[in-house]
Design a binder for this molecule. Structure first.
Ligand code: NAD
Length: 490
């Protein structure tokens, strides 16, 4: 099996590795050390034109392949991902700064997603419609859009590549992917594997470059037929404005401020580690991170104490030490998170643990002072519901705790947010769990677990300022197709 090399300072356009036409290159750094890992191409407008043109040329041929052929290629891609897990995991972990085991988990998730859409490719159907009288036939067909632009952030690059590229390709679209400028290596490596799997040139193109330049040029390009964006709410708004000019449909998966709602009757031995994991995994840099803990007042003190002890036990280190938590992605993110930590006590929150830059690495390099962007896992109690810490996405390992009394107040507080991504309910009372699941305004709900473990094809959907999309599961095939109605007089 050939090694999975990404040529320095290049991107993948029309089935070939290519340098940027005129913008040079961008360094990609390890956030634990600040050292450069390698350079990638710095895409500009000319590269965007090339990639969109390649995708447009490839579209008619690709759309004309049978769904089973597309499924077979996706299956081959998934197999190749499975054979390169370690290399892909190292790219994902080093780029983002997460522990290697976290990178490995993301690659397995990506492989599972590609495999799922390999199976879904030939199961996309239209419907036949009822008619007013005999002598008519009405039916619908699902057709691909054409060229899909996919723009993703840096936190889980392999998962987000798979989750958006695989359904778009399965449905017969071609794709121009723009990963984040700070974590492009896993997406490039995945695209190289797609090339080796046999996807024709131009079907999947990857442009590496900055958001304000390559991202903006791609999402405002008149040759693009559908835009899929995953990232911050602010950038989502900018992209939607750009898309309005070309009247192009947009799928948005944006930020979150997800609550864990913990009732006194929950199984605490299951809930507490899961709640800690929900805000420390990937250093809290997940859109669905459990950043708010709403806990029944009668057990709050005991719960906060147990959570604080578990947070203090989280071991920090660089990606290759493979401990529990790595650094934040960048200096900008580090300064932003420290800003929240400094402001929270002034807004009335009570610091329970953490609260600043991490002073030591754990593990083999114990005691060594981290030179990367490490912050301590942090818990604030009694957080004012009007404060920035309670209302804004921090994107760091910072938990905001609030007490509630009774189910009605739990529902009210759960919904007291601009975001609507995920809500997790912890209780052994089934009726109460069903009531909360029904009344919460979020795209996803999980009960007695964090997120959707154990469910296949779970819809990764959003409400409110978290965006709107039909991601994950079979709904994604519909997201990447347009429905055509046909009416015939026989
Ligand atoms: P970001 O919005 O800064 O950047 C995301 C992507 O958009 C990057 O590729 C960037 O280069 C590009 N971009 C930036 N400005 C652009 C512009 N004007 N036009 C076009 N593209 C542009 O987000 P980020 O800091 O990379 O990621 C963190 C955010 O992503 C958080 O808000 C997080 O919640 C969100 N996120 C959401 C989901 C989800 O499924 N809802 C998943 C992961 C992350």
């Amino acid at each position: 099996m050939a090694e999975l090399l990404i040529p320095p300072a290049q991107q993948l356009i029309d089935g070939e590795w290519a340098s940027a036409r005129d913008k040079g290159e961008l360094p990609v750094t390890d956030p634990a050390t600040g050292q450069t890992i390698q350079a990638v191409a710095r895409a500009g407008r000319a590269d965007v034109d090339d990639a969109v043109a390649a995708a447009r040329r490839a579209f008619p041929g690709w759309a004309a392949t049978s769904p089973s052929e597309r499924g077979a290629l996706l299956r081959r891609w998934a197999e190749l991902i499975g054979r390169h897990v370690e290399e892909l995991a190292a790219h994902e972990a080093r780029d983002v700064g997460k522990p290697l085991s976290g990178g490995r988990m993301n690659v397995y998730i990506a492989q599972g997603i590609v495999d799922y859409f390999a199976g879904a490719a030939d199961k996309l159907t239209g419907v036949t419609l009822p008619t007013r009288s005999p002598g008519y036939l009405g039916y619908t067909v699902q057709e691909p859009y054409g060229v899909c632009a996919v723009v993703i952030p840096w936190n889980v690059p392999s998962v987000l590549t798979a989750a958006n590229v695989a359904p778009a390709l399965a449905a017969g679209n071609t794709v121009v992917l723009k990963p984040s400028e700070v974590a492009p290596l896993a997406p490039l490596a995945l695209a190289e594997l797609a090339r080796r799997a046999g996807f024709p040139p131009g079907v999947l193109n990857v442009l590496t470059g900055e958001g304000a330049e390559a991202g903006a040029a791609l999402t405002s390009h008149p040759g693009v037929n559908h835009i899929s964006f995953v990232g911050s709410t602010a950038t989502g708004r900018a992209i939607m404005r750009a898309a309005a000019e070309n009247l192009v449909p947009v799928k948005l998966e944006l930020g979150g401020k997800s609550p864990n709602v913990l009732f006194a009757d929950a199984d605490m031995d299951v809930a507490i580690p899961a709640i800690v994991g929900s805000i420390t995994e990937n250093a809290g840099q997940n859109c669905y991170a459990g950043s708010r803990l709403l806990v029944e007042a009668s057990v709050k003190d005991e719960v906060v104490e147990r959570i604080a002890a578990a947070m203090r036990a989280v071991r920090l280190g660089p990606w290759d030490a493979d401990l529990d938590m790595g650094p934040l992605i960048s200096e900008a993110q580090y300064r932003r998170v420290l800003g929240f930590l400094e402001e929270a006590p002034r807004e009335g929150a009570r610091l329970v643990t953490g609260g600043g830059p991490a002073r030591e690495w754990a593990g083999e390099r114990a005691g060594g002072r981290p030179d990367g962007w490490f912050v301590e896992p942090t818990v604030f109690d009694d957080v004012d519901p009007g404060s920035r810490l309670y209302r804004e996405e921090v994107f760091g390992p910072v938990l905001a705790v609030q007490a509630f009394s009774g189910t009605a107040q739990a529902v009210e507080m759960m919904n007291d947010t601009d975001f609507g991504l995920l809500a997790c309910v912890w209780t052994n009372d089934v009726s109460r769990a069903l009531r909360l699941a029904g009344e919460v305004r979020s795209g996803q709900v999980s009960v007695n677990q964090f997120a959707d473990a154990g469910v296949i094809g779970f819809p990764f959907n959003m409400q409110k300022d978290s965006g709107f999309s039909r991601g994950g599961g079979h709904g994604a095939m519909r997201e990447y197709t347009q429905e055509k109605g046909v009416a015939i007089r026989l």
